[in-house]
Design a protein around this ligand. Structure first.
Ligand code: LLP
Length: 407
């Protein structure tokens, strides 16, 4: 895999020196390129890209994504508000919560974002409260087991998400009873889905259900397009995906009798490869069995390896030639905290900068203050210039909101 030393001509090492480590670094051009690839692949249909905000929700990133023509899918009111602050209008944001209180739903309606309803009790309450006045989207659970990692597969029949497709009769009864305007149907089967056929299978579920809803405006196929994390990894073929899903969609619209919009909700596809986590080596420790490299970061900053056994490619930015050896790169957290196991790296010494790739999606947004560690700074490179978009946390940030009672 590529081991970049520069982003848009800016030296990564210079940024690590200037802003310190650990550092989240994003390539804005890559994000925009990904959006354009999707727009081209789906050019045959009226497409709306609803970026899954949870992947990376920093304001400047949201603003760039908006500039490139994508809209938002938000999982919390806080994400909705970040989207609004970054310039999106309520009409451009879909709110897809999972089992939240009705008070949150009411606030979302007040703000003017569309609610993606994910349970029958919520559908009923929504109908009782708003009747025919507020259009909604309905999240269906299509009962499709998708993707390689079960922890991130969410469209199967034992998943908490959405309303089971088998409960379609109950959905229709409630919609009828309260005259609820249903503007869209939604599915999302999971993350890291390589096979375009899975989206087609989901589409078939959507198409069949859609025939029961005469007033639809859109069908939402969710996100989950796979990007390559390891050298052996394959990525979803986006042009092929666009081709086959668009063809099936257009055929469906013909049958439906009206042109609808096709919505997708990529998270990883837009931001994963654009992001790098730069860390610095604090110790190189040889044991009788392993070569450990300790770095100034850990699962508090990038939890994916420990949480999902996710593979993140890693390379030594400071030493790019000569001998290599197998190293296990570990963080400083007081837990088993392996960022990368048994990786062939050019000889690592104390002070070397290492780069973890594919850190854009679910990196910073899943970071925490565990072990009372501070969260990293974020830098976005755009038009050949590095912008600090989030300052590194300081000790004072850990104290904010605390009330110390000295007993
Ligand atoms: N739409 C909905 C309703 C979602 O729940 C998600 C992700 C997406 C779209 C975007 O999926 P993507 O294109 O990013 O695969 N944190 C995990 C994955 C869980 C994602 C949760 N939902 C990870 O680091 O792999």
């Amino acid at each position: 895999m590529l081991k970049p030393t520069h982003i848009q001509g800016v030296a990564i090492e210079a940024l690590a020196q200037e802003f310190g480590t650990p550092l989240y670094l994003y390539d804005g051009e890559k994000i925009v390129h990904q959006i354009q690839t999707l727009q081209t692949a789906f050019a045959a249909v009226p497409l709306r890209i609803k970026y899954a905000t949870k992947a990376l929700s920093s304001l400047s990133v949201l603003s760039l994504i908006r500039k490139a023509g994508a809209e938002l899918d938000a999982v919390s009111l806080e994400e909705v508000k970040l989207g609004l602050l970054a310039g999106s209008s309520p009409a451009e944001i879909m709110y897809t919560p999972s089992g939240v209180s009705f008070a949150e739903i009411q606030e979302a309606v007040q703000i003017g974002v569309m609610v993606n309803v994910d349970s029958l009790p919520l559908l009923e309450k929504f109908g009782q409260t708003y009747g025919s006045t507020v259009p909604i989207c309905i999240r269906l659970n299509p009962h499709i087991l998708a993707g390689g990692n079960l922890k991130i597969s969410v469209g199967h029949k034992e998943s908490k998400f959405g309303i089971s497709i088998e409960q379609l009769p109950q959905i229709l009864e409630l919609v009828q009873r309260y005259q609820i305007p249903v503007a869209g149907l939604h599915i999302h089967t999971g993350s890291d889905i390589y096979d375009a056929a899975v989206f087609l299978k989901g589409g078939k579920v959507l198409f069949e259900a859609a025939m029961q809803f005469p007033d639809l405006r859109f069908l939402d196929f969710g996100g989950g397009f796979k990007v390559a994390y390891s050298p052996e990894d394959t990525a979803t073929d986006i042009p092929e995906l666009g081709r086959i899903v668009s063809a099936a969609f257009l055929e469906f619209c013909e049958k439906y009798g009206r042109a609808l919009e096709l919505w997708i909700e990529p998270g990883k596809y837009l931001v994963s490869e654009a992001g790098y986590l730069i860390v610095q080596t604090t110790v190189v420790k040889e044991t009788p069995t392993l070569h450990f490299v300790g770095v100034d970061s850990g699962l508090n900053h990038l939890i994916r390896p420990m949480m999902y056994d996710a593979y993140h490619d890693i390379y030594n930015l400071s030493n790019r030639e000569g001998a290599t050896a197998p190293y296990t790169v570990v963080g400083y957290i007081c837990e088993t905290d392996t960022l990368a196991a048994h990786r062939q790296l050019h000889t690592v010494k104390e002070g070397d900068f290492l780069v973890l790739k594919n850190a854009g999606a679910y990196g910073f947004t899943m970071a925490s203050n565990y072990n009372a560690r501070l969260r990293p700074a974020e830098v976005l490179v755009w038009e050949g210039k590095a912008h600090l978009i989030r300052k590194r946390e300081q000790f004072e940030d850990l104290l904010r909101n605390q009330e110390m009672i000295q007993w």
